[in-house]
Design a protein around this ligand. Structure first.
Ligand code: ADP
Ligand code: NI
Length: 215
């Protein structure tokens, strides 16, 4: 098992060496770490969880003309090459196919404990201090305003609206980041998310205070 993990780490590091910073190797490493943290207190197939954490963003559909079959295909071919069991491979592929926030806004047709854990691990990397950093980094990349009090806050966006929004980055907290705590699947994920959620609320309070010229 350790051998499969090490080979996968090398493959993912190499494949993502020029990836954009939202889904680079460091995102993968953090999701992998979150996965191992959750596995300390949740019962599941460790190999499936770790391999999926490592491979879940191997080909993000946003950067491949929305082709959502590419990631599972690349992951599957690689795992076959290094000799992982077919049942493990198929499980990893199903999780990757069903894991993204966008997928959760649409039709999801697969569930497993392992999906729950890796999805929680990925969501944890979108909240807290890291989540804040990633959001402003993404907003800067898209040349968005950090905040604009005249742009109304939208919650519960449709999949299409979520994809196309041009709203300032602060709005993204209400479109997604503050909703993630209540979407956590596992008890462990919920506990960790609660702390990171509270940190984002403190951040927003401080942000609005400074915006208004308070000391
Ligand atoms: P995921 O990889 O979880 O499916 P995305 O690819 O949508 O998420 O986003 C990658 C990172 O960029 C996340 O941290 C997310 O919160 C952030 N992000 C996505 N859309 C926006 C946005 N409109 N404004 C600010 N940050 C965003
Ligand atoms: Ni991810």
């Amino acid at each position: 098992m350790q051998d499969f993990i090490e080979k996968t780490v090398a493959f993912v590091r190499d494949t993502l060496k020029d990836a954009e910073s939202g889904h680079d190797w460091w995102h993968i490493e953090r999701v992998w770490n979150n996965t191992k943290l959750i596995l300390e207190t949740e019962e599941a197939d460790r190999l499936v969880c770790e391999l999926t954490a490592l491979l879940h963003d191997i080909a993000d559909s946003k950067f491949h003309d929305g082709d959502e079959t590419l990631g599972p295909r690349i992951a599957g071919e690689f795992l076959q090459e290094i000799g992982v069991d077919q049942t493990v491979i198929e499980h990893v592929q199903k999780i990757i196919r069903n894991m993204s926030f966008k997928a959760s806004l649409g039709e999801v047709d697969f569930h497993s404990k392992e999906l729950e854990i890796v999805q929680d691990a990925d969501r944890l990397d979108a909240i807290g201090a890291i989540g804040i950093a990633r959001a402003f980094n993404y907003g800067g990349y898209k040349n968005r305003e950090i905040h604009n009090p005249n742009v109304p806050i939208e919650q519960n966006l449709s999949k299409e609206a979520y994809k196309n929004t041009q709203a300032p980055t602060i709005n993204h907290f209400y479109e997604k980041l503050l909703l993630l705590r209540d979407k956590m699947n596992t008890e462990t994920g919920r506990t960790i998310a609660a702390g990171r959620h509270a940190f984002m609320e403190d951040f927003l309070q401080q942000f609005y205070g400074e915006w208004a010229g308070e000391r």
